[in-house]
Design a protein around this ligand. Structure first.
Ligand SMILES: Cc1cc2nc3c(=O)[nH]c(=O)nc-3n(C[C@H](O)[C@H](O)[C@H](O)COP(=O)(O)OP(=O)(O)OC[C@H]3O[C@@H](n4cnc5c(N)ncnc54)[C@H](O)[C@@H]3O)c2cc1C
Length: 392
C-alpha cells in the first residue's frame, strides 16, 4: 500500500492547530490534522463551556481571514468593552475600548464553540482529518527531508513539516527531543460557570486578594464565568462542594460587585509555566501551548498561539513564493525569531505581575497600589499597555 504524502501534518486540532490548518490550506498547502477527540456538535441549549477564552481583536481578525469568525459571531460570543483591575477599591485601574477608539476590546468565546466552528471550517476546506486518532510513531528521514508518521489506528503517512499543536504535553515536542523550562505556580485555578440575577454587562474585572485573584468574565444572556485563583489545597476543597455551597463561598469571597449568582458547573486547572527550549527542528515546528504555556491571569494563552500561526503561515508562504525549501531549518528559523522573544516577554511580564501581586509585604502592597493609581491617571502608559495586551 502506498503511503500518502502531505506537505504539512498538524498533530492536534485544538483552537490553535485547527486554525493553522485552515490558514495553510487557504494558501494551497496540502494539510492533514490528527486529533484525539472530535469536538462536540454545537447545541444551542447547552450550558456555557467551563473554558472561556478572551479573544483579542487581532485574533478575531485572523479567524476572520480564515473564514471562521462570522460563524463564531453567529453562535455564542460576547464582546467586552471595559476591563477593570484593582486590589484596593481606591486604586482601581480601568481600561476601555473608547481609550483606543475601538468598538470593543475583545470577545469572550467558549473554547468548545470556537473549536467546533474551526472543525466545520476544516471540513468545508476539505482538509484530511484523522480523528479519533493519535500519533503513534514519528521518524525523521534525513535523505528525503521528511517525517514518517504512523497513527494508533494503523495509518501511515509522510510529510515535509510536522507541526506540534498538541497542547502543553505535546507528543511532537517530546518525540523531537525538545526540552522545556518551566515551573508549576503555587496556586491553582477554578473556573465557575454561573447564571447572574441580571445581564452581566460588558465589563470584565479582576480583583487581587491576599489569596489570589478573583475574576469575572461576562458571557451571553445572563451567563458569566468566574475565575478563582487560590492555593491548590483550597481549590481542592472547593471542588468537593455542591453548587449551592459554592454559591455561598462566592458570596463571601468575591467582591460585592459580582452580585447574586447561581453556580451551573465548575472545573479546576493547575497553573503551569512552560517554554520549549526551541520551537523548531528539521521539519518540525511547535505552536500554541505545545511551545509555551502562560499564567492565564490576563487571558493571553490562545492569543499568543494565534500570533504564532500568523507568523508561521507568513514565513512559509514567503519562502515558497521565493521558491525556497519552506520546510528547512533555515526557513523555520525566521518563525522562531519572530515568536520566541515575544512569547518570553509576555510570559515574564505576566509572572512579574503575578509575583508582585502575590506578595503581602506591606511596603510592596502600598507600592503596587500606588502603581495602579498612577496607571489609572497615566493616559499614554495606559494606551500603550492596552495596545500591547490586545496585540495591536
Ligand atoms: C484556567 C485557564 C484559563 C485560560 N483562559 C484563557 C483566556 O481567557 N484567554 C486565552 O487566550 N487563553 C486562555 N487560556 C489558555 C488557553 O486555553 C490555551 O492557550 C489554549 O487552549 C491553547 O490551545 P492549543 O490548541 O495550543 O492547545 P490545546 O487547547 O491543549 O489543544 C491541543 C489539542 O491537541 C489534541 N492532542 C493532544 N495530544 C494529542 C495526540 N498525541 N494526538 C492527537 N491529538 C492530540 C488535544 O485533544 C487538543 O484538542 C487559559 C488556560 C487555562 C488553564
Amino acid at each position: 500500500m502506498q503511503t500518502e504524502h502531505f506537505d504539512i501534518v498538524i498533530n492536534g486540532g485544538g483552537m490553535v492547530g485547527a486554525a493553522l490548518a485552515c490558514g495553510l490550506t487557504q494558501h494551497n498547502f496540502r494539510v492533514a490534522v490528527i486529533e484525539r477527540c472530535e469536538p462536540a456538535h454545537y447545541d444551542t441549549t447547552s450550558l456555557p463551556d467551563i473554558r472561556i477564552s478572551a479573544i483579542s481583536r487581532t485574533s478575531a481578525a485572523l479567524l476572520d481571514e480564515i473564514g471562521a469568525w462570522s460563524q463564531v459571531l453567529a453562535r455564542r460570543c460576547a464582546p467586552y468593552r471595559r476591563l477593570e483591575t484593582w486590589e484596593w477599591e481606591s486604586a482601581k485601574t480601568e481600561f476601555s475600548a473608547a481609550l483606543l477608539k475601538l468598538p470593543e476590546l475583545g470577545f469572550m468565546v467558549e473554547n468548545q464553540v470556537l473549536q467546533r466552528v474551526l472543525w466545520e471550517r476544516m471540513e468545508e476546506l476539505g482538509i484530511t482529518l484523522f480523528s479519533p486518532a493519535a500519533l503513534d510513531t514519528m521518524t525523521y528521514q534525513p535523505e528525503q527531508e521528511q517525517w514518517s508518521i504512523t497513527l494508533d489506528q494503523g495509518t501511515a503517512m509522510t510529510c515535509s513539516l510536522l507541526v506540534g499543536a498538541d497542547g502543553a504535553h505535546s507528543q511532537v515536542r517530546q518525540g523531537a527531543g525538545i526540552g522545556i523550562q518551566g515551573w508549576d505556580y503555587q496556586q491553582a485555578c477554578m473556573l465557575i460557570s454561573v447564571e447572574c440575577a441580571y445581564e452581566p454587562g460588558e465589563t470584565t474585572w479582576q480583583q487581587f486578594t491576599p489569596h489570589g485573584p478573583r475574576a469575572f468574565l461576562p458571557l451571553y444572556d445572563r451567563f458569566a464565568s468566574l475565575v478563582w485563583y487560590d492555593s491548590a489545597a483550597r481549590i481542592d476543597a472547593l471542588k468537593k462542594l455542591s453548587p449551592a455551597q459554592l454559591d455561598l463561598e462566592i458570596a463571601q469571597h468575591f467582591p460585592a460587585c459580582v452580585g447574586q449568582v447561581k453556580t451551573l458547573r465548575s472545573g479546576a486547572f493547575p497553573l503551569t509555566r512552560r517554554h520549549a527550549n526551541t520551537y523548531i527542528k528539521p521539519g518540525i515546528a511547535l505552536v500554541g501551548d505545545a511551545a509555551h504555556t502562560i499564567n492565564p491571569l490576563a487571558g493571553q494563552g490562545v492569543n499568543l498561539g494565534y500570533r504564532d500561526i500568523d507568523a508561521l503561515i507568513d514565513v512559509l508562504i514567503c519562502a515558497r513564493r521565493k521558491a525556497q525549501p519552506w520546510w528547512r531549518l533555515d526557513t523555520l528559523k525566521h518563525y522562531q525569531r519572530k515568536r520566541y522573544a515575544d512569547n518570553l516577554v509576555m510570559q515574564t511580564g505576566m509572572d512579574l505581575f503575578y509575583f508582585t501581586f502575590s506578595n503581602q509585604h506591606p511596603p510592596l502592597k502600598v507600592l503596587r497600589n500606588v502603581g495602579l493609581m498612577a496607571a489609572q491617571r497615566g493616559g499614554w502608559l495606559k494606551r500603550k499597555a492596552l495596545s500591547y495586551a490586545l496585540g495591536l
